[in-house]
Design a protein around this ligand. Structure first.
Ligand code: HEC
Length: 134
């Protein structure tokens, strides 16, 4: 894991960049969530946001993602979902956040030991969701 991070930093060509390219903490994602997601998913992520009642399908309870996946938080899948990469054969109800999610990338372990560069706001939202699983 440490070696993989070093490789990422060398690959980036800037050792200084390593210091800032750290995983965001949940509060950073929570702030983005309240701003962009709570309208549908609710302030606590459990559904029941202000406009949730009018949506078909209803926004799912985001604190039960792990529970729905055999106890594992599916990082790569959640990243894809938020970013809209896998939207093609899904409902159009959930808007894409392409503009919000651009910018500086951080290396994220997407579950198979591989580090993928992920835009920081997207990584922050993922870490926040991971932190509220129950
Ligand atoms: C306009 C309402 C709306 C907004 C705003 C919204 N979502 Fe969603 N979201 C949905 C709906 C409806 C679904 C279920 C249908 C689907 O997958 O598209 C969903 C599904 C998801 C899922 C998949 C959950 C699972 O169990 O597979 C994730 C993760 C998610 N949303 C995260 C977010 C995040 C993070 C934001 C804010 C950046 C956000 N959503 C904003 C309506 C919304």
């Amino acid at each position: 894991m440490k070696r993989a991070i070093a490789g990422f930093c060398l690959g980036a060509g800037l050792l200084g960049a390593c210091a800032v390219a750290e995983m965001p903490q949940p509060p950073e994602g929570q702030a983005l969530f309240v701003e962009n997601c709570a309208l549908c998913h609710g302030a606590d992520g459990r559904g029941g946001g202000d406009i949730a009642a009018g949506l078909q399908p209803a926004p799912p309870d985001l604190t039960r993602i792990s529970a729905r996946n055999g106890g594992d938080f599916p990082r790569a899948q959640v990243l894809s979902q938020i970013d809209g990469y896998t939207r093609m054969d899904r409902t159009e109800e959930m808007p894409e956040f392409g503009l919000l999610l651009r910018g500086e990338t951080v290396p994220v372990d997407v579950g198979d030991g591989q580090l993928s560069p992920v835009p920081r706001p997207l990584a922050a939202l993922m870490v926040y969701l991971e932190s509220i699983q129950r």
